[in-house]
Every structure is written in C-alpha cells, then in structure tokens.
Design a protein around this ligand. Structure first.
Ligand SMILES: C[S@@+](CC[C@H](N)C(=O)[O-])C[C@H]1O[C@@H](n2cnc3c(N)ncnc32)[C@H](O)[C@@H]1O
Length: 366
C-alpha cells in the first residue's frame, strides 16, 4: 500500500546517533521490533516522549506516532511542551497524528499516515476510567481488532502493560484471570498469539527522554472529556508483550490452556476414542487435548450418562475460550443427538437434575 509517511532514512545501526549506550539502544529496539526500513505505528502516545525516545535510537525504522487527544485538547490543557515536541518530531521526520482512536484506526488515522505497518505499538494503554477493568479489556480488544487490519502479514502488535495487568504466565505474581486485562484473550479474538514477553525497558527509555504519563486522580467521571494526563505511574514489573499472527511456523511463549465440561447420554456405540477424535477434528491441528471422565451414571431403564472434562493446550493456535466451548458443545450436541436423548443443555439443567440424579450438575456446561 502506498504511504505518505516519511521514509525510514538511511539505515543506521541502533545507538549510532543516540544518547544511550549501543547495548541499551539495541535492546530497546529489539524489544519493540524496530528494524531498519520497517514501519512502526505508535498509538496512544500521550505526550509523545515515547516516540521521541524511539526516534533517538537511530534504527532506520520509519515511525508514525499518534495520540487520542486532539491539538485543541492539548492547547486547552496547556500542554505547550507537548505541542512543541510534536512540531520538533515532525521536522525530524516522525509523522504525528492527533485525534487517532486506537480502536478505530481506519477512520481516524490522518491521510499522511496510511498503509500497513510492520509493528503497531501501544505503550501502556489505559482507558481513562482506569478502575473499570471491563473498559480496559474492551480497549485492548478494540485495539487488537483495529491494529490487525493495519499490519503487514508478518507484522507484530506490541503492548506494554503494568505489573499484573496482562494476566499471562510471565507475571511475577500471578493474579486470578478475572482480575486481569486478559491480553492474550484479546489477541486470540483476532487470531494472534503471544510470541514473546520481556520486561518493559522503562529506565532505558527514560535515558532517551521518555516520560511515562498516566491520568490525574481527580476529575475521573463517566466522561473522559476533561481528563488530563500529567503524571507518571508505577512501571515496576511492567512487561512488553509481542504478538504475531497464528501461522504454521509461529510458536507462543506459553501454552494457551483451557478446559470445559460436557455431559451427555451415551449412544449405543459410544467410545472415548470417538469422542477424542470428534473433539480433535473440531479444534483442528496444533492443539493437544486431554479427556478426564468426571462422572458416569446408569439409569434404571438402562440409559447411561457421562460427564467429561475436556482440557486443551496449544502453543500454535489462537483459540479463544468461547470458541473452544462452542466446539465442545457442538461435539456434545452431536453425541446427544445420536443417543436421541439430550442429558445436559444450558436451558434444561433443572430437567436434568430430576432426570439424572447421579450427575454433577454444577460441572455441566455453563
Ligand atoms: C497510561 S497513559 C500512557 C501514555 C503513553 N503511551 C505513555 O507511555 O506514557 C494511557 C494512554 O492511553 C490513551 N488512550 C486511551 N484510550 C485510547 C484510545 N481509544 N485510542 C488511543 N489512545 C487511547 C490515553 O489517551 C493515554 O495517553
């Protein structure tokens, strides 16, 4: 696709023209996937000090930096230093876009920042209503969906998150899934797997002039119209996550593990091997499946029911939990249909309780 962005310029080794040591520059460039002649898009760049810092690495990567805030909002918030930094970045060949919504890049990227990118980076995303975890998840999901449509086929999506937010096995202190932003899930929804996680090099970036910005404590209301970002946040333990499309050659940094329970009446010719085969066909290649029988029940009339826990693990596939559940339920439905008697369905748990007293309803599909 044609791009009007400034060209990447002469290829330089990272660190050649930068205030940080070459080793630091190389490490930072690698973490964010900045390579000579590549194109990087930064979204949600707050005060643009992140773009400024990355620009100083001298990687030869063409950088386009964007923020949600408009020029008018920056002026109104008296962020003159940011306005001046933007002007300077432009003279240095970094394209800058204002009023750019990371969840809707198609409609908000300016005309001079178009085309596809080799890497799309969101450094510390955060919805202004920072305590509402569902809005943080929504922001991540919207960002992944939008970024994936602006990414080159082999491109990466990079997201830095504060300690505990991502909810991946890379966290030093794991949190319950319900308390995290579930970044892997957001990525999997658009077919991306977590390829690499590294500590976010905030201190190294600070040497290059990066000043992380958060939101003011005061002023957080239902609307974010008057929320101004003006102070740093705690970045200790923060992680930079790199995602790529699921392909036949990509491997995830950690296995994606899921489980779901299914219950059904046994058809005459039921065998566990057939169940395993049907599930394997449903999930497709690159997924390991394990069956554990949780319960078995025989009614006076001779009918038999079973409950299985289905566990999956994959380092190749971006399989979301809803998609996995749907596959398990479809297999369960087809077995139930051949037994011509449905033992367990979402809407008939009560009926099942009466009909099959020995079955563990609590473990039936949710
Ligand atoms: C914690 S601040 C981080 C700012 C900056 N990236 C940094 O590292 O200092 C969160 C940023 O996310 C931005 N943001 C929130 N929702 C956004 C959206 N829908 N599109 C683009 N940026 C968004 C905010 O404007 C804010 O600048």
């Amino acid at each position: 696709m044609h791009s009007q962005m400034p060209s990447a310029g002469a290829a330089a080794a990272p660190g050649e023209s930068c205030s940080a040591s070459p080793a630091i520059a190389v490490g930072v460039a690698e973490t964010f996937g900045l390579r000579s002649r590549a194109r990087a898009l930064l979204v949600g760049d707050g005060n643009f000090s992140f773009a400024d810092a990355l620009g100083k690495l001298g990687t030869g990567c063409a950088i386009a930096a964007t923020a949600l805030e408009t020029h008018e909002q920056l002026v109104e918030a008296e962020l003159q230093d940011v306005v001046e930094r933007i002007a300077r970045l432009r003279t240095q060949g970094i394209a800058v876009g204002l009023g750019v919504d990371a969840m809707n890049l198609a409609d908000s990227l300016p005309a001079d920042i178009q085309g596809t990118f080799d890497v799309v980076i969101f450094q510390f995303p955060q919805h202004p209503e920072r305590r509402k975890i569902h809005l943080q998840r929504q922001l991540l999901r919207g960002f992944f969906a939008s970024a994936s449509t602006h990414l080159a086929p082999e491109g990466s999506i990079v997201v830095s998150l504060c300690r505990g937010q991502g909810g991946t096995p890379a966290e030093e202190v794991p949190r319950k899934g319900a308390d995290t932003w579930q970044v892997q899930e957001a990525a999997a929804e658009v077919g991306f797997i977590l390829q690499q996680v590294r500590p976010c090099p905030v201190q190294e970036l600070e040497v290059l002039g990066y000043q992380s910005t958060g939101f003011r404590n005061r002023g957080l209301r239902e609307t974010n119209a008057n929320v101004v970002q003006d102070r740093g946040f705690n970045y200790k333990g923060s992680l930079t996550h790199v995602f790529c499309r699921e392909t036949s050659t990509a491997f995830a940094a950690f296995p994606l593990e899921r489980r779901h329970d299914i219950s059904f009446w046994e058809p005459e010719d039921f065998s566990e091997e057939q169940l395993q085969q049907a599930l394997s066909q449903g999930v497709g290649p690159g997924v390991d499946l394990e069956l554990e029988m949780l319960d078995q029940y025989c009614k006076e009339d001779g009918r038999r029911a079973r409950t299985y826990r289905v566990r999956m693990s994959t380092i190749r596939r971006a399989l979301t939990l809803p998609a996995f559940r749907k596959i398990c339920e479809a297999v369960r439905d087809s077995i139930s249909a051949s037994a011509s008697c449905v033992a367990s369905t979402k809407g008939s748990a009560e009926g099942q309780k009466r009909e099959v007293p020995g079955m563990d309803i609590a473990r039936a599909p949710q």
